[in-house]
Design a protein around this ligand. Structure first.
Ligand code: TRP
Ligand code: SF4
Length: 404
């Protein structure tokens, strides 16, 4: 019924690095070729943990978007926007909060984990508890089918599914539906009405698809029914709930083990990152001074790639023949470590060259980025406001509607 829409967001907390590129952005670029994609700057999410330093967020927003564009995210294909510019996310978050059990949020694994990990910040806040529910609103407001995320975010998508299911269960029922259905069945007439009910029972109790088809045909042919009643009975035939919010699925980004320059996972907070648009001299220096197999003290000592973080970079950047050359040369002491690192340096610089080139027009003319985002916000709001119209109506908040 809906296109297979993709939604994902990223918090603006500093310049993106190669881990972000290989872990997320590369995947976004791939997805935009096949799906309508909505990618947004999750600035409200950043505030849940950085509310005491909003200037960091403000400074990172545009840079992060330029990193996306540098990676090849294409604003002509994907809709790019800023969460806080689409207030529908906040409205849906609020409405979902009315019916989301507190326990569901307290049980999300990231809740306790992050509080412990970021112990220097006071995260005993209302907003932080609501973090995953705001994320649910981000996703549900576009009725997304797919949410590309890393493994740590899968529980948030699971929660989103439960929230959607509960919402549909609670509100996916037209007020007075039972009475309206009974009236419509009377309009169908005695005999057709009985047949309709028998077909409905057969379909719902035995899952008999032929009964569903017959029931639909019967409704199609019933001249006594108006369009509203026909739709009502058609919905009733299949079940009693209308699907207002749809359940998304996580699209797991294949775990790319992007090591930092110390061999640990690349992360800004470990100080081991290479930024996507870092200058070539600095990148070269960082890789040349990377630690290698600690057992390889002298050039003449044989080494073992499995103990060397540079080898992990070869896994990401080198084709099979280069990897064979490096592994064999390491184990036989046939090559030195600087020699071994050179193809990695070359490959990283080549990749970054493309980033720099794609970013340049936006650095020269920042108004371009602002226009892209303004345009994206407008497109996003259009979709989001349609969902909100249905949500408000389902929750009895559409007072301007007629009374019938
Ligand atoms: N919580 C996500 C993260 O930290 C960011 C995010 C916010 C998100 N809203 C989202 C991701 C909606 C996917 C969909 O990575
Ligand atoms: Fe690491 Fe390459 Fe040196 Fe072996 S030769 S220790 S793989 S850098």
């Amino acid at each position: 019924m809906f296109p297979e829409l993709v939604v994902s967001g990223m918090r603006p907390t500093g310049a993106l690095h190669l881990g972000h590129y290989h872990g997320a952005l590369k995947n976004w670029v791939r997805l935009q070729a096949e799906h309508p994609c909505y990618f947004f700057v999750a600035d409200w999410h950043a505030l849940t943990t950085h509310y005491d330093s909003p200037e960091v967020i403000e400074a990172s927003v545009w840079d992060m978007v330029i990193d996306w564009l540098a990676a090849g995210v294409d604003p002509a294909r994907s809709t790019l926007f800023i969460q806080s510019r689409v207030p529908e996310h906040a409205e849906l978050h609020l409405l979902l909060s009315m019916c989301t059990p507190l326990g569901w949020l307290e049980r999300v694994p990231t809740y306790k984990d992050q509080q412990e990990k970021l112990a220097d910040r006071d995260l005993a806040t209302y907003g932080f508890l609501g973090y995953p529910l705001l994320q649910s609103a981000d996703i549900l407001v576009y009725r997304a089918a797919w949410v590309p995320v890393g493994e740590d975010q899968v529980p948030h998508v699971e929660l989103t599914r439960e929230v959607a299911r509960r919402f549909n269960h609670l509100f996916g029922r037209e007020p007075g539906l039972q009475e309206k259905v009974e009236a419509a069945i009377r309009k169908l007439g005695g005999k057709a009405g009985k047949t309709y009910q028998a077909l409905r029972t057969r379909y719902q109790e035995q899952g008999d698809a032929a009964a569903l088809d017959e029931g639909r045909a019967l409704l199609q042919a019933a001249a006594s029914l108006g369009q509203d009643d026909r739709e009502r009975l058609s919905g009733w035939l299949e079940g009693s709930r209308r699907m207002i919010l749809s359940e998304p699925q996580a699209l797991l980004t294949e775990a790319s083990r992007m090591p930092g320059v110390d061999g640990q996972k690349m992360s800004k907070s470990y100080g081991n990152a290479i930024a996507m648009r870092e200058d070539p001299a600095s990148v070269t220096r960082k890789i040349r001074t990377m630690p290698t197999d600690p057992a390889r003290v002298r050039r003449t000592d044989a080494g073992e790639p499995e103990r060397c973080p540079v080898w992990q970079l070869h896994q990401v950047y080198s084709p099979a023949d280069t990897r064979e050359w490096a592994a064999a040369g390491c184990r036989s002491a046939g090559i030195g470590c600087l020699e071994c690192k050179q193809p990695v340096i070359d490959a990283v610089l080549r990749e970054q060259q493309a980033f720099h080139e794609r970013a340049q027009p936006y650095l020269d003319n920042p108004a371009l980025v602002r226009d892209i985002m303004a345009d994206g916000c407008e497109r996003a709001r259009k979709v989001a406001s349609e969902t909100m119209r249905d949500v408000r109506q389902a929750m009895g908040l559409a007072y301007q509607g007629s009374a019938t």
